[in-house]
Design a protein around this ligand. Sequence first.
Ligand code: FES
Ligand SMILES: [Fe+2]
Length: 392
Amino acid sequence: MSFLKTTESFQAGARTMPGRYYASPDILALEQERVFASHWICVGREGDFAVAGAYRLASVAGESLIVVRDREGQIRAHFNVCRHRGTRLCTESAGTLPETIQCPYHAWTYRLDGRLVGAPHMAGTPGFSMADYPLHAAAVGRWEGFVFVNLAPDPEPVEEAFAPLRHRFARFNLSSLTSVRRIDYEVGANWKLILQNYSECLHCPTIHPELTTKLPYTSGANDLVEGPFLGGYMEIRQPHESATMSGRACAIPLGDLPDEDRARAYYYTLFPGMMLSLHPDYAVWYSVTPRSATASLVTCEWMVHPEAPSQPGYNIADAEEFWDRTNRQDWHICEQSQLGVMSRVYQPGPYSPRESVPAAWDREYLRVMGAQDLAPPRGRAVPDARPAETPA
Ligand code: FES
Ligand SMILES: [Fe+2]
């Protein structure tokens, strides 16, 4: 994670955020409401819910959700909270449920669609009707093979929320890609430091010297520079074919890519906590979830063309190792940043023109938080060093 970033939308005077944004439990509580409980949060791929009963637990805005495909084929998200006395229903992070979900406490039993169908000894309770006690539900949406949930009572449809990305990645066939590797990382840093770190490659020569040989940090350009979706591309330095340890492609191309995409890697943040990396031969998606104000869970998953694993030359370990190493370098420096921004002497520092994307990310975050007064000053725009590119 890392990456280029040129200067298209850089606004003079942009500064980093005050230290309390990286350490205050009160700000995290506000984020849980305004950011995580009010946006579409990616909880997996449709392939994770391939059969009826297949489920994953997801942590969203501090809530545990059971995301499951029901018997009718619909993917649902239930709060992991019994309607009797509130007990957690599921504790295993993923698996396959039978016909029903049964509470381990007094055996209230729910269908996979959330309806309560068993409640021992409740018949004598005046006015009790099982129909009044389905599991609490969250909205479920899909985009490009990803499954999202939204805790808002009446959320904006996912298609509208993702409208700025419509058709942008069509050539990469995201919806049909298959997930082949997954790593969970516990990182001792506020979730925003991880998103900001992913959004610039100013740090690449110092933090990732070997990555820089394949992805020159001054190459490429940003093509999404304001709003909830931000990022752009870097060029893969010839004769390398991809961002892998060997420099060779590790799988067949994700799609029918034009020549220019065969020598590019695209990196985007999708507000709030999703990151998406596209290479000619594989993609990686990340989700960043706060554990506390000062710690985060990062889930990282590698995806390839569904036919890639059976093709000659397939070697996803080559890409996995490349990013596992790079990720760990990033997590380490984020943890060092965390320590520094908690210091009594830390004050917001100036962003450089090569940090235009993290500065834009901060603006979007502060807008969502309703903290415009704290946003970096909107000075005059600095002329770009190079033109913004429009994706094919
Ligand atoms: S708390 Fe779930 S059945 Fe009693
Ligand atoms: Fe990095």
